[in-house]
Design a protein around this ligand. Structure first.
Ligand SMILES: C[S@@+](CC[C@H](N)C(=O)[O-])C[C@H]1O[C@@H](n2cnc3c(N)ncnc32)[C@H](O)[C@@H]1O
Length: 180
């Protein structure tokens, strides 16, 4: 029995390491104490899609979905991550979420998604990102390339290719941008 548990643990660790090894952005969740102000800044509404570019364990997506559900909104949430284990974790968690019909968990490379198609049916779009300093611009560029109005919230790291609209201070800073 112990051997099976040990084997399962080793397979889990190997899977986790390998699925993160190919990613240039390591997994760190957004600080829980910053969630309330991040969600306020999203200004959740109907016909609004929130996309987390590298959603990790879904800290932001699930907290924002709680809020949308409480307010009776139809806000849609998309959590993208390359890490298979994190995706499985989020998928299971989503099944028990009251807003589950509006939560989509996607496994894949955030640099290879069709965001134009993803946000096309919605009136409003917000992209949340918590990356690494040298990739913050590349992630923002994905949003700029859609050529549609969108809000970008970048946790911890500023984006230099866009004009900053606002900045929140908490455990870490959150930078807001508006793509027109
Ligand atoms: C710093 S964590 C942020 C997690 C979450 N957004 C949060 O704020 O709590 C970055 C996440 O991006 C994911 N990631 C890294 N490279 C990726 C890629 N190319 N495509 C999709 N996800 C990626 C990692 O697996 C990790 O979970």
């Amino acid at each position: 029995m112990e051997l099976i548990i040990l084997f399962g643990f080793i397979v889990g660790v190997v899977l986790f390491i390998f699925s993160s090894a190919f990613s240039a952005i390591p997994f760190y969740p957004t600080h829980r104490r910053d969630l309330a102000q991040i969600i306020r800044k999203m200004k959740l509404k109907n016909d609004h899609i929130i996309v987390d570019l590298g959603a990790g364990s879904g800290t932001v997506i699930f907290a924002a979905a709680d809020e949308a559900h409480k307010k009776g909104l139809n806000t849609e949430f998309v959590a993208i991550d390359i890490n298979f284990l994190l995706v499985v974790y989020m998928y299971i968690k989503a099944q028990f979420h009251p807003h589950k019909a509006h939560i989509h968990i996607m496994q894949g490379d955030l640099f290879k998604m069709d965001y134009e198609k993803m946000i096309q049916p919605f009136k409003h779009a917000t992209f949340y990102m918590y990356a690494v300093p040298w990739l913050a611009n590349a992630l923002a560029q994905l949003v700029v390339d859609i050529n549609k109005p969108a809000q970008i919230l970048s946790y911890y790291y500023p984006v230099s290719i866009l004009k900053q609209k606002d900045k929140l201070s908490g455990e870490h800073e959150v930078f807001e941008y508006e793509v027109k």
